[in-house]
Design a protein around this ligand. Sequence first.
Ligand SMILES: [Zn+2]
Length: 445
Amino acid sequence: MNRHRALPLIALVLICTSFVAHGEEDKALTLITNANVFDGVNETLVTDVDILIEGSLIKQIATDVPVPDKAQVIDAAGKTVIPGLIDAHWHVTYAYTPAKILLMNQGDMSEVAIRSMTGAKETLLRGFTTVRDPGGNPLSIKAMIDSGEYPGHRILPSGPFMSPTSGHADFYGRLDSPRDKSYMSYWERNMMAMTSDGVPEVRLRTRDILRSGATQIKITTGGGVSSLYDPLDVSEYSVDEIKAVVEEATNYNTYVLAHVMTDRGIRTSVEAGVMSIEHGFFASEETLKLMKKKGAWLSPQPMLEEDMVWANPVSAAKYKQVTDAVSQLYPMAKKIGVNLAFGTDQLMDASKASQQSGYLVRLGRWFTPYEVLKIATSENARLLKLSGPRHPYQEGPLGVIKEGAYADLILVDGNPLADLSLVGNPGKYFVLIMKDGTIYKNTLQ
Ligand SMILES: [Zn+2]
């Protein structure tokens, strides 16, 4: 083809592409009719309405919405629409990866990635459309899911969780902790966990992690169950180190979450500016009041002793101490009215990951079904907003069903505000799951 004939053709192609890009035609339309709606905030269901979804957002909620051309119509027939669930403590790259890979180096990042990708799909199909990842490397997984190429939930990644030497992120052998601080283990180089010591190194690592795309920073300021060198009673990081991490995160317009259980550790962290306390099982009433005053969040897990089996007797004993504290913490947090998140922290066992749904039902021991569902939707979404401009999903709100919100929703066969156990069996009762306007499960048609 000569140049004179090619030019008009190129012009025509350009005009057509821009028309498609700017036209309404390319946005998928879905109309869900005859639905009862729990909007994520209010206890009263909005009954018998239609929900129009255009592209990734909810465009209209009203009675008798006219059916647009080319819209897929789904008759909810009186079933209940609820917002997609949010897990505020879900390790994308740890939940489905066996311990032997991470702790005994019997696998590498390729295996972690493949297992985690499968996990992200399964987690989405349990109705969790968004997770905050408090440690690990789901950065590429997030990008692949966000592109729409692979099924999975939204992710707000913290990148590697960071502790000092001998802390919760120290996976070095007891006898070979490196003194050359430029050395990093395989898992550190791959952003799964990170040790750092002293204010200058802590600042450098925090900046590295933010540069890699973390939407908030996770540190450990107290002992952990799965790690070997940090009894539950210890405090990790000096006040100066915690303040340095907080300053770096604040400079980046985001926040710090801290793994910590002891009352002393929680108080130190909150006073140094940490905004989200992960686990927090041994918090006193005074400390919870301080957290409330500072607007900080408590992010515990409703764990029971039988949930996890520990090969290591040290971890088993620590775990029992924790589960004994759980039943006291929730009623106290409720009474004081501290910001409360829902997160499940499933680790290193794909066969146990589905406990995520059961944990949600278990919150019903201390809260009404309405309170439980509000915490796991709009309240968790409010926590995620602490990431400010680093929050990756800015087109509309998450965790609510309203016009302009992201179309992340579940159609429940029954009313979970009357019977919370329905959310414990998503395979049966979640008949439709939509994320970002795309349907990932639909057993109605
Ligand atoms: Zn965790």
